[in-house]
Design a binder for this molecule. Sequence first.
Ligand code: 4AD
Ligand code: MG
Length: 460
Amino acid sequence: MKRTKIKDLLNAVEGEVLVKGWVRTRRDSKGGFSFLEINDGSCLRNIQVIADHSIPNYSSIEKKMTTGSCISVYGKLVASQGKGQNKEVQAITIDVYGPSPVDYPLQKKRHSFEFLREIAHLRPRTNTFGAVMRVRNQLAYSIHQFFQKKGFVYLNTPIVTTSDCEGAGDMFQVTTLDILNPKCVDGKIDYSLDFFGEKTFLTVSGQLEGEIFSMALSDIYTFGPTFRAENSNTSRHLAEFWMVEPEMAFYDLDDNMDLAEEFIKFLLSEVMENCAEDMEFFNKRIDTTKLETLKNIIDNQFERLTYSDAIRQLKKSSEAFTYPVEWGLSLQAEHERFLSEKVFKKPVIVFNYPEKIKSFYMKLNEGGETVRAMDVLLPNLGEIIGGSQREENYEVLLERMKDKDLNPEKYWWYLDLRKFGSAPHSGFGLGFERMVQFVTGMDNIRDVIPFPRTPKHAKF
Ligand code: 4AD
Ligand code: MG
């Protein structure tokens, strides 16, 4: 007989079934029955199994069928008498694949998320983490759907790279050289002897390579891991995170903002529709305003304002910020959250940032003070998207590179795109984990990725 997943069992017709999963709880009644709650991760809900102590092999499995064990139950699916569930399985035979002794760490009590991070190999078996992973999966699927429906080409950009897209340093180096004894020439490591014949890093972004393909295929998107060696120990930063980066030929900054807004709204509505049960759970357990917030975001326009207006808004508020507010300085998380949570109470897109604080590739506005950058800020989260229209003018780009101390020779191919058939184009990057965080309401980004990498932590 074929196994049925619990998600399907709850809607299946009554009759004989085979169900497999992990025991969440077990309760023994005096009347010669055990009640087992089984979960197989196909949905949040468990199925209750009733094991009559008179089933044939009961004595051999009795001690093994404990919390955490993995079992296979052949039995009869019937309407349940008990409250709280509408179907249950009356076991005919039970096999125990893997018993689970009493030192199984996930016993009945609720554990802190910090504790669960220490047992990253078992935390997928908790309600919260299971729900997070199903929502994460839905988001990944919806991301592909959104871009595929629009005719974007999915592009895989390299993980190992020689260029630093954001120009911010903070990259992980990749080498096969003997780090205790590298060969040096004139006191400097000879990277011609390294695996790739030059210094290489893990990528911080697939954007520059994405631009190459948008200058041929028009609309592309990447969706892959990116790495940043910044020492940011916050609840919003990972050293390894996934990013979605669309890049569109012939888009200006307004088109770019329109796409970003449509994209976020699409993802939220898909999750609400397809993960209703898990979202109810988050709304009950993690953030009781979540569903209402998401619905409001879907139904309303994002606020759009220039960086200069954002500074004006912040300056006229009486809020005591930790970081200074001054035209020309970066907006800090506290400023971003203040704008979206207190001033506008909805998602905000800030655009036209000072040239000095943004990357070399962003298109210079007339006057040369600002660039066509945009950040999308969400309430309770802060920055979810960073993007821009790209500088398509060869001379201007070359100047900006020099200004920012980048070596144009290293970016010769990037400059070539401006030399041969240049076109206006734009793109943005959405932090995938931040999206999962926002949707679920999970406080810490470490709890929305299977295996978080943060400073001093890559254990699992
Ligand atoms: O704003 P960022 O640095 O933009 C880029 O990398 C551009 N190349 C994107 C583009 O135009 N194609 O990063 C984009 C998004 C941020 O808005 C944030 O959501 C997320 O990536 N992000 C992080 N997420 C988790 N941990 C980190 N350390 C992150 N750094 C950025
Ligand atoms: Mg950014």
